[in-house]
Design a protein around this ligand. Sequence first.
Ligand SMILES: Cc1ncc(C[n+]2csc(CCOP(=O)(O)OP(=O)(O)O)c2C)c(N)n1
Ligand SMILES: [Mg+2]
Length: 610
Amino acid sequence: MTKTIRLTAAQAMVRYVAAQMNGNGEQFIAGCWAIFGHGNVAGIGEALYHVQDNLPTYRGHNEQTMAHAAIAYAKQLGRKRAMMVTSSIGPGATNMVTAAALAHVNRLPVLLVPGDVFANRGPDPVLQQIEDFNDGTISVNDVFKPVSRYFDRITRPEQLLTALPRAFRTMTDPADCGPVTLAFCQDVQAEAYDYPESFFAPKVWTTRRIRPDLEELVALAEAIKDAQCPVIVAGGGVHYSGATDALRAFADAHNIPVTETQAGKSALAWDHPLNLGPIGVTGGTPANTVCAKADLVLGVGTRFQDFTTGSWGLFANPARRIACLNVAAYDAAKHDALPLLADAKVGLEALSEALGEHFAKTPVTGLKSDWFDKVDPLTDAPSDTHALPTDMQVVGAVQRAATDATVVMCAAGTMPGELHKLWKSARPMSYHMEYGFSCMGYEIAGAMGIKMAQPDRDVICFTGDGTYMMANAELATAAMMGIAFTVVVTDNRGYGCINRLQMATGGAEFNNLLDHSVHAQPSAIDFAAHAASMGATSVKVSSIAELEVALASRSDMQGPYVVVIDTDPYPSTPHGGTWWDVGVPQVSQRAKVIAARADYESKKTKQRAD
Ligand SMILES: Cc1ncc(C[n+]2csc(CCOP(=O)(O)OP(=O)(O)O)c2C)c(N)n1
Ligand SMILES: [Mg+2]
């Protein structure tokens, strides 16, 4: 007879979660972020209390940012480990929806467990229950469905026997990887059931490496051999597959240059001769010049999002082919690509073997030195110390302070573009950019998650003033937990990058910078004082030289260290970059909009459907 153990559904869930291992023998779910409410405190809360040795619980200040920390943790560890996040029902749950979407876009694992309404409907409507007049099965958690890779609602304790294995299958599957939401009815959390003991036996989820189909492999190898000017677009999948060495070997063996997306950056060292650097809208001239004339564009582990493809205007060679080596069939087939459905590492290795001695004759000389001649001076410390520093100069100061242990991270605002163009990544995973959802508010919590993932790394987070204002509360969590990372706040008094985009699309400066927004008195936020009030060490610096001094003491810090600097909202790196499709009004009373529209229409003709 099957041996059983009587547990509540919540106890069973945490016991199962703690027993799931990755291929390296580590617990896949490293811990659980939790904010309790009536929807989870009695059930999941009680269960978590008993497993703290195996599955520690961390208390954050906002469900969204707790989930950001969890997601950054998983991203930094190349999806090999993840975290669980639990919330109450209603607002606690919906606070996690943005984070779920972020994980969904970026294909990152996270186990979201929002509480849900009573399955038995006894107390209906429970506090925070929305009531659908026409559908008795709806709760707010249905909004997780489009942003979860796997969604389930646990309405009976024994459903966990199927739901949990599916959840872990999803999070550990390289192709399907993404957020899992298990909406957990609050009465069910507390109900007992006789679970088979075998259900809780440690289970190992190894990372499946999908090997290429022979026919696809031969077709792609032929296409590469035929190409006069092939180029590789390295995306985040290169990191998640652990394919950085394979990529370097492939590029070297066949003399094919590599460009890097935001998620792919740091796949190759910045100074590797075949690394042409950043591609696309936030890219540099070396990559974009070669991409414009490439006759074969081989994406490796990339989603080909618009910032990479210049809204499909970048790959301009009329005879060019798109090819895509990707573990997800969805991506491999994008834009009529020649597909190679495979894991990046084994795919590149197999492709290399199929190419044999093939050595492309790619003319890539001088492009990189020209580029650095242009952009390096932008990052130098300014000689005019009275002018407001630029964001480029801030990047330069942080770069000069960076060590081999540094991981720079960011998600939204001016800095992702500046960092993509200017930051020099020497080693894989030293550049952590959330640019799939580019979610303001990922930064501070994400930096905390990265540091939890890799306590030995020197984590430096870039955030604008706008992003800081949107989500900063986890600074207090990091202070309380003694998690040390550096936050560089560039205060340009508003949404600088969107203000520039507004101007570039012919718009009047309006509602972006604080001065251009409705106000009774000028806004004057003391970011350093704010950060200090939450337990961070903080300092306001007034020059690049002072910033360098402040950065030099970051290794002494026991918790978050916030360095604030005012920057000029207008300048950004003028070089590199390619067109980005942002709809400009077709009619307007503003002459500048009409001119921008004319420019837009001419650029739009370069956008390719093929
Ligand atoms: C949650 C969210 N809301 C809105 C946006 C659109 N957005 C992108 S950047 C930005 C402004 C960022 O301002 P700040 O952090 O101060 O950076 P800056 O560009 O000024 O350097 C906005 C509103 C976004 N990416 N995420
Ligand atoms: Mg700003």
